[in-house]
Design a protein around this ligand. Structure first.
Ligand SMILES: Cc1cc2nc3c(=O)[nH]c(=O)nc-3n(C[C@H](O)[C@H](O)[C@H](O)COP(=O)(O)O)c2cc1C
Length: 363
């Protein structure tokens, strides 16, 4: 029997050829938000490496939402054209599907790349940031402006406009970034949301922004194309966002037609006490998957093919995302297929490297 990792999976009208995906990884290599040759190389190498789907890095829906000006963005014709070129390349040269992760960084906007220390942008580089409440991410970080209901509506409209552009650029799928302390997560968590209006307080109120956003974007995204949400299942802080909240959010998203949940954790508080280890977030995927019918993606220190296959076999998740291990080995699916005894089709230019062929004489 074909290992589950290499069995196709359907999300609406989209079929992934296997269940290994490349999750979003910010590159800080876009020029004022426009995809560069780096992105062609980046997505090119992974798509020919056999991933069922590749995700863009967090792609920003408006200027003040950006983590950094060199992150991908999708609010201008130039942004759309840059992405269209990358997506066309991936579709032309591989069977990989392409998902755009749409994002608003909220109070995490205006940051430096990790190689410059990751702190807030300074001086003229800085721009104002908006969040559910005027609470800084941590000491030494700027206090964001509290969003008015008009700001909330404007943010939703920016996501809708970006989704329309993602469709026009040829994306197969979109994902709302609701994890890692970005805007949706900031609304969900009582640590970052201390509003007293209908967007704060009770769990129902804190989920309202994410749910209104999902519904509005789903409304402009083509019916046949899938749309999912990435969440942090827990803040890893007592009194913060937790797994019970995540299950409630997952159920509400499912009722609105969400096709999958991409389950990560953390990123919203300096007080987080993460307990890392191989597959450390899969326990959260498993807990959520037990409560919903939609597909669940697990991510986090998944390294070996047998580890990934076992997660699927145990029913902990439907799809496995491999991030840093893919940077280390962009042909991870090729290696996994070989290890699990699967005969993967390679791109014709590279077929001589196939395990059944490579020992033959050349030329
Ligand atoms: C360089 C880098 C950039 C990342 N950027 C994003 C991002 O833009 N959006 C996102 O949701 N997660 C981002 N992540 C998190 C990854 O998608 C993934 O959840 C995390 O690395 C854990 O998976 P891993 O243990 O397989 O690396 C990033 C991770 C890395 C290493």
């Amino acid at each position: 029997m074909t290992p589950l990792l290499f069995q196709p999976i359907e999300l609406r009208d989209m079929t992934l050829l296997n269940r290994v995906v490349l999750p979003p990884m910010t590159q800080y290599s876009a020029k004022e938000g426009v995809a560069s040759d780096w992105h062609l190389m980046h997505f090119g190498q992974f798509s020919v490496g056999g991933y069922g789907m590749v995700f863009t890095e967090s792609t920003y829906v408006e200027a003040h939402a950006r983590n950094h000006p060199d992150c991908l963005a999708l609010y201008s014709d130039a942004h759309e054209a840059g992405l269209r070129k990358v997506i066309a390349f991936v579709h032309e040269n591989s069977d990989a599907k392409f998902c755009v992760q749409l994002c608003h960084a909220g109070r995490k906007a205006a940051h430096k790349p990790h190689w410059d220390g990751g702190g807030p942008l300074e001086g003229d580089d800085r721009f104002p940031t908006y969040a559910p409440s005027a609470i800084a991410l941590k000491e030494g970080f700027p206090v964001p402006l509290e969003m008015s209901t008009g700001d909330i509506q404007a943010a939703i409209e920016s996501f809708q406009a970006a989704a329309i552009r993602a469709d026009a650029a040829g994306a197969d799928c979109i994902e709302l970034h609701g994890a890692h302390g970005y805007l949706v997560h900031q609304f969900l968590s009582p640590l970052s949301n201390q509003r007293t209006d209908r967007y704060g307080g009770s769990l129902e109120n804190r989920m309202r922004f994410g749910l209104e956003l999902f519904e509005a974007v789903r409304g402009v995204w083509p019916e046949a194309k899938p749309m999912g949400v990435r969440i942090s299942a827990t803040d890893w802080v007592d009194g913060g966002w937790d797994v019970d909240g995540s299950i409630a959010f997952a159920k509400a998203l499912e009722a609105l037609g969400c096709d999958y949940l991409h389950v990560s954790s953390g990123g919203n508080s300096p007080l987080q006490k993460i307990e890392p280890g191989p597959g450390y977030q899969t326990v959260f995927a498993n807990a959520i998957r037990a409560e919903v019918a939609m597909k669940v993606i697990t991510v986090g220190q998944i390294v070996s093919p047998h580890q990934a296959e076992t997660m699927l076999r145990l029913g902990a998740a439907d799809i496995v995302a491999i991030a840093r291990q893919s940077l280390f080995n962009p042909r991870w699916p090729w290696h996994a297929a070989k290890e699990l005894g699967v005969d993967l089709v390679y791109p014709k230019q590279y077929e001589k490297a196939h395990p059944t062929l490579w020992r033959g004489t050349m030329p």
